[in-house]
Design a binder for this molecule. Structure first.
Ligand code: SAM
Length: 259
């Protein structure tokens, strides 16, 4: 899964098949940064709004920012919360929020399943002056990619996806220990007090959800043609059929850097 981008149909698969975050993740962030209804949070790399939606009821306002217009369109269609605004932008753009914030400061900059696309060290430094005291940066992951988990069905899926793409799939999207350590070290180097928590939950998955999850992680140019997608789904079904009900223990990793 090289050169991912999230345009076109990929954004539709993302909205439809990528799961959101349980309320316990919002609880953890609310506790870490003392979030209140007076606060404004920036959810950077918000995609179709998976984390934005669970944060919104906890704070005064959430700004969901993403550089991919198609992801923001999907987010807008899926979410009609009065205190959420969707902004087109990427990590180097966050300083541009300063005039709009005026004397206010953000309570948090959250980056969920997206930091691997960014210059994380520059971002952590650029975020500091935007944050109120006690606020901070949160780096959140939503479990391991479906095809990289330590289960028999995930190994079988890995084979199907690697064979389809013609290359082994191995990108962890920042969910691995080495990436987490790099992010924690960079937060500390930028002057934040670092903490890490894990929230786990069990999820069951259908073959359609797994195939849709795979499509949501592809570059649009890698997607099978529409008429070939049912055959891809059937290949996944056949490969995973020996493994019974498909279950995943999702580990949401929450790395916080408090200012
Ligand atoms: C895997 S999605 C994550 C979406 C959502 N936050 C979630 O937790 O499911 C990654 C998102 O990061 C966005 N992205 C890519 N490069 C970025 C950048 N430089 N700055 C901000 N967001 C970026 C992509 O457009 C995409 O919507």
């Amino acid at each position: 899964m090289t050169e991912p981008a999230f345009g076109g149909e990929v954004s539709e698969y993302y909205q439809r098949f990528r799961r959101g975050y349980p309320p316990t993740v919002a609880d953890a962030l609310a506790t870490a940064f003392g979030l209140t209804r007076d606060d404004v949070v920036l959810d950077l790399g918000c995609g179709t709004g998976q984390l934005t939606r669970v944060l919104a009821p906890r704070v005064g306002a959430v700004l969901g920012m993403d550089p991919e217009p198609a992801m923001l369109d999907q987010a807008r269609k899926a979410t009609s919360l009065p205190n959420v605004s969707w902004l087109l932008g990427a990590d180097p753009d966050i300083g541009a929020l300063t005039p709009a914030l005026g004397p206010r400061r953000l309570a948090a900059v959250t980056v969920a399943q997206a930091l691997h696309w960014m210059d994380h060290a520059k971002l952590f430094t650029a975020a500091r002056p935007l944050l109120r005291p006690g606020g901070g940066v949160a780096v959140v992951t939503n479990g391991e990619p479906l095809w990289l988990q330590d289960t028999a069905w995930s190994a079988a899926l890995r084979e199907v996806v690697s064979s389809y793409l013609g290359t082994p799939v191995h990108r962890t999207c920042g969910t691995d220990d080495a990436s987490q350590t790099r992010y924690a070290d960079a937060l500390a180097a930028a002057g934040y007090a670092v903490d890490a928590q894990v929230v786990t939950y069990d999820a069951s998955l259908t073959v359609e959800e797994i195939a849709g999850g795979v499509f949501s992680a592809m570059n649009p140019s890698q997607l099978p043609a529409p008429e070939e997608r049912p055959a891809f789904t059937e290949r996944v079904r056949a490969a995973l059929s020996p493994y019974g009900p498909l279950r995943e223990q999702v580990r949401v990793r929450i790395l916080t850097g408090t200012r």
